[in-house]
Design a binder for this molecule. Sequence first.
Ligand code: SF4
Ligand code: SF4
Length: 408
Amino acid sequence: MQENNLSLAEFENCQKCNICAEVCPMMEVNPLYPGPKQAGPDGERYRLKDPAFFDNALKYCLNCKRCEVACPSGVKIGDIIAINKLKYYKSEHKLRDAALASTDFVGSLASPFAPIVNGVLSLGVTKSLMDGVLGVSKQRTFPKYSSRKFTAWLRRHAQEQMAFPRQVSYFHGCYVNYNYPQLGKDFVKVMNACGYGVRLLEKERCCGVALIANAMGEQARKQAEVNLASIRKAGGPVLTTSSTCTFTIRDEYAHVLGLENSDVRSSVMLASRWLYRLVEEGSVKLVFKEDYSRKLAYQTACHMQKMGWQQYSIQLLKMIPGVQLTVLEQRCCGISGTYGFKKENYEYSQKVGAPLFEDIRNAGVDAVVSDCETCKWQIEASTGLPVFNPISILAEALDLEKTRAANP
Ligand code: SF4
Ligand code: SF4
């Protein structure tokens, strides 16, 4: 593990311009939150003198990193806050936070009994109980669990995937595995049409984003180490369909958890970025259905903006002849993974997302496209419109047989 001294090295670059405060979505809606400058570089000066200066109100940070994107001095404000939360944050809802953050554990327990678990979780009485006893907002509905895990499905198709001339590895993430295998199947469809088989990593654990957000650093590091070892072993591109898993593995592992990942960082990337580059250089050809038609709005998730990768998804969507695409102004949806499920955060979460929801309602589209699964939950719950990953739109719009023939 490398020594994590990012906050020490970089907070001194702050010029006190306050630009970060202008873009922080939480500061705008929550008077209890001190804001990025105070929570980040200013607070760091005090915390270095005495950790007792840690303010538990840092829990309100969404880790959206919009402050870092805006900061002209390159201060890693979000990282400073996240590192300090890992060190000092004391949760008042330890059981709830552990349950929300342990996505692999809970997903493995829930998946075999999915119809019962889904039914029980959607009951009003269960929601009220979870709200009163655990502190999970009764306004939220958990994403449904799938009875069959994506990994089980792909293992059944392993032989046919190995018959392709080339293979890519897939970091599917918890949401695809336990809740929405359809996105994983769409990814396999698109890759197969382009002439690539899909294989699983030797071992995959939750990327750990929810553990980091809930200040469970040790568990996050253990899971990250398993993932990094598997990514190293894969020895080629490891593709993803979740912007947050991607960002966590590429950036948070090193910056927040202090793990060495520089040898594999560049091999982990979103499928849309990988595919766009191959199409651009002419190594992959996409053939679309002639009768496909959809009005879509693309939402840039905060971690997509931080990586600067939204253009890959947007350009792929623009290649589809029957798509009318509206690119929405970049705004935070407010859910930030497990954050918006917490009773004390629900109202702030909805206030942060309100301008985005209004943009979507005014866009006159049939569906929204996002690279982030938790933005999907928030937008679907708050606007009633369906949200798809760009890879699912490609799987729907491609003439799979003709694309396969064009990519021998
Ligand atoms: S934007 Fe950067 S330089 Fe300006 S106050 Fe915030 S941290 Fe300091
Ligand atoms: S990460 Fe987001 S919520 Fe946290 S301080 Fe920065 S802009 Fe504000």
